[in-house]
Design a protein around this ligand. Structure first.
Ligand SMILES: Nc1ncnc2c1ncn2[C@@H]1O[C@H](COP(=O)(O)OP(=O)(O)O)[C@@H](O)[C@H]1O
Ligand SMILES: [Mg+2]
Length: 249
């Protein structure tokens, strides 16, 4: 479905993503993990057209999409969530999702856009009544709204960025289940970005690990979790975080 070769992004002299290649098969959930600043969101921004790569190729269903603008890419069937949700507060909940559908589906009718939005809201477990508002939604609900907005664009491939950050353990399990259901019920292929491994490793079919913009490992979750380089750079960071947490508490 997706074939990425030699993807590279520089910001001035800084290389944020360096010569990264990977493939995504239809129907799978690929996990993309790595410490903060390792280049995960930058890869998503190139896949979704928000950034143009300095080098490399991105083929989606056989067609080169690197450098296409976001509206073209979304119309081809790649939907994305944003790591930091920024809903329109003056629009109702359902209007936020409808707007996304209008953008993503090449101007569906108003009736169809509302139907798609209500289906998406129901699937993620948010209220579908037209009076519901955005104000007062907590972190978990805002993540669900991001997913509903992406689903309203009718993606074949969903890029989900940091769906778990800011959630408690129960909410993390629920969010992971939701991604599994999006794949199972809608047949949507998913790339799921997270900086923490945790629950992601139980849900994804394969996982790819980034460090300082480079792909350092890829494979089945069990293989990758035992890879010495991953343990060094990745679990090393988590071990440091655990130590810092232990010191501060
Ligand atoms: N627009 C930008 N301009 C300059 N540097 C950027 C920009 N976007 C990201 N970066 C840098 O690129 C690196 C990778 O960022 P990012 O892809 O957001 O990491 P991740 O999502 O893995 O935490 C970081 O060092 C970040 O500061
Ligand atoms: Mg990020």
């Amino acid at each position: 479905m997706l074939a990425v070769e030699g993807l590279t992004k520089r910001f001035g002299g800084f290389i944020a993503v360096s010569n990264v290649s990977f493939r995504v098969e239809p129907g799978e959930i690929l996990g993309l993990i790595g410490p903060n600043g390792s280049g995960k969101s930058t890869i998503f921004n190139m896949l979704a057209g928000a950034l143009t790569p300095n080098a490399g190729s991105i083929r989606f269903e056989g067609r080169e999409i690197a450098g296409l603008p976001p509206y073209r890419i979304i119309n081809l069937g790649i939907g994305r969530t944003f790591q930091i949700p920024r809903p329109f507060h003056r629009l109702s909940l359902v209007e936020n999702v409808v707007l996304s559908g209008f953008y993503g589906q090449g101007r569906p009718s108003r009736a169809r856009a509302f139907e798609a939005a209500e289906r998406a809201l129901a699937l993620v477990g948010l209220p579908t009544d037209r009076a519901a508002v955005v104000d007062g939604l907590g972190a978990a609900a805002l993540k669900k709204l991001e997913l509903a907005k992406a689903l309203a664009t009718a993606p074949k491939l969903l890029l989900a960025d940091e769906s778990l950050s800011g959630l408690d353990e129960h909410e993390m399990d629920q969010a992971a289940d939701l991604l599994r259901r999006i794949r199972g019920e809608l047949g949507v292929t998913i790339i799921w970005v997270e900086h923490i491994m945790g629950v992601l490793m139980r849900v994804v079919d394969r996982v790819m690990v980034l460090d300082h913009g480079e792909k350092i490992a890829a494979g089945l979750p069990a293989e990758v979790a035992g890879d010495p380089r991953v343990i060094e750079v990745y679990l090393g960071t988590q071990a440091a975080a655990v130590r810092a947490g232990a010191c501060s508490s």
